[in-house]
Write a protein of this length. Structure first.
Length: 400
């Protein structure tokens, strides 16, 4: 039993004087001028804005009369006139007429529950690799709830961020709680973000040995964390007096090397040879970052690694080797390798540069038309980034 009212222009306050009966049987809600009506708020259950309201006591909700006034000299109906008839329910006075028409008040339907689902979500938990994303969706019940707007938030956006559509992205290793909230109800998914191991970064060490040397070994140290070292690592003959050794993963750190044939040493007069990167070539006491230009009579295969978008179910490649003569392949099928990586081996690049583009048969990744280029024994492409001489860490650690 509620009376809403629009305050007439010029009235300071708005009172409702509600009464039943007359004379000795009269009952009212308060002595004149009655009860001061309160302004409605944004949370008003009947969604009435810029209005005033008064909740009528039950004993005055039948055969009652209402006189609206400003607590002073102004009132409606006028002095000595009976009040406006009121028989309960929700009504509204328009501030001018002597009528209280019924008000059709919409009913709010509260949210009873919120649940979250999405690819990879199980038991309220989700695991993501750093840099990977997952789309979450929230279900609000009941389906006719008044407030179905979902707001997403993360307890630690530095670990896992979430946008307004529910897309969660792993930022760094750790745990965060992603919350979906609607109508005062919430659902939480615990997101665990795992680091993506850095790809292996091998180095090929080339050495132009004195002609009298029949074999070459090397002592080397990689200043990675932790450091790696080897003593007496055997080099293989390459071409034109060059020998070579591949260090599986330098992690991009500086490498120190000295060479021996088992009788004498070349350690750069005690200063050793230092380099970083994918190639170190030592000849005549000088260090270069370029591989020897000679071509080995041995085949020089290249393994092409590609981290495909998660939506791709197959991967093919167009490639060209700039050897003499040139070689090319069209839509060569890659094989699934590990941890989302795919692999293709080009049998013999002859040490020449290779150009590659990838497709799933519907769309292409050709580096925005610039293609991907590399030389060496391997090439890894992920997220538009590529490095020659690199293989995925999962492939390295799986080799026993």
């Amino acid at each position: 039993n509620t009376i809403y009212a629009a305050k007439p222009s010029g009235w300071g306050d708005l009172y409702a004087y509600v009464y039943t009966g007359d004379g000795a049987t009269a009952v009212n809600n308060a002595a004149w001028p009655g009860v001061k009506m309160t302004a409605t708020t944004a949370t008003d259950g009947c969604h009435q804005s810029n209005a005033y309201k008064y909740v009528v006591p039950t004993n005055l909700a039948k055969d009652a009369k209402v006189i609206f006034n400003d607590g002073g000299s102004q009132q409606l109906p006028g002095s000595r006139e009976p009040g406006i008839t009121y028989n309960g329910g929700i009504v509204k006075w328009d501030g001018a007429t002597a009528a209280l028409p019924a008000l059709d008040c919409p009913t709010d339907v509260p949210v009873t529950s919120v649940s979250v689902s999405g690819s990879g979500v199980s038991g309220g938990k989700l695991s993501l690799k750093k840099g990977a994303s997952a789309q979450l969706s929230a279900t609000v019940s009941p389906s006719n709830a008044t407030d179905r707007t979902v707001a997403w938030s993360s307890s630690n956006a530095a670990v896992a961020s979430v946008d307004k559509s529910g897309k969660v992205t792993g930022v760094k290793a750790g745990t965060a709680k992603v919350t979906a909230k609607a109508g005062g109800r919430t659902a939480v998914v615990e997101v665990t973000v795992e680091d993506v191991p850095s790809p292996a970064r091998p180095m090929t060490v080339y050495y132009k040995a004195p002609s009298s040397w029949k074999s070459v070994k090397a002592n080397y140290r990689v200043f990675s964390s932790p450091q790696q070292a080897a003593s007496g690592a055997k080099l293989e003959q390459y071409c034109d007096g060059w020998w070579r050794l591949t260090i599986a993963d330098t992690k991009g750190a500086k490498v120190k090397v000295a060479f021996t044939d088992g009788r004498s040493w070349d350690d750069n007069s005690g200063k050793y040879y230092y380099a970083s990167g994918s190639v170190m070539a030592v000849s005549g006491g000088e260090v270069s970052s370029s591989a020897p230009s000679c071509q080995s009579s041995e085949k020089q295969p290249m393994t092409v690694w590609y981290k495909a978008p998660s939506s791709w179910s197959t991967v093919k490649a167009n490639w060209r080797v700039y050897s003499s003569p040139q070689q090319s392949g069209s839509k060569a099928q890659l094989t699934r390798a590990c941890d989302g990586w795919w692999r293709l081996t080009i049998a013999d690049t002859k040490g020449a540069k290779v150009k590659v583009a990838f497709t799933d048969g519907r769309s292409w990744d050709d580096n925005g038309g610039k293609y991907y280029y590399a030389t060496g024994s391997s090439m890894a492409v992920a997220g538009g980034q590529f490095i020659g001489g690199i293989m995925p860490n999962c492939a390295v650690t799986s080799k026993k």
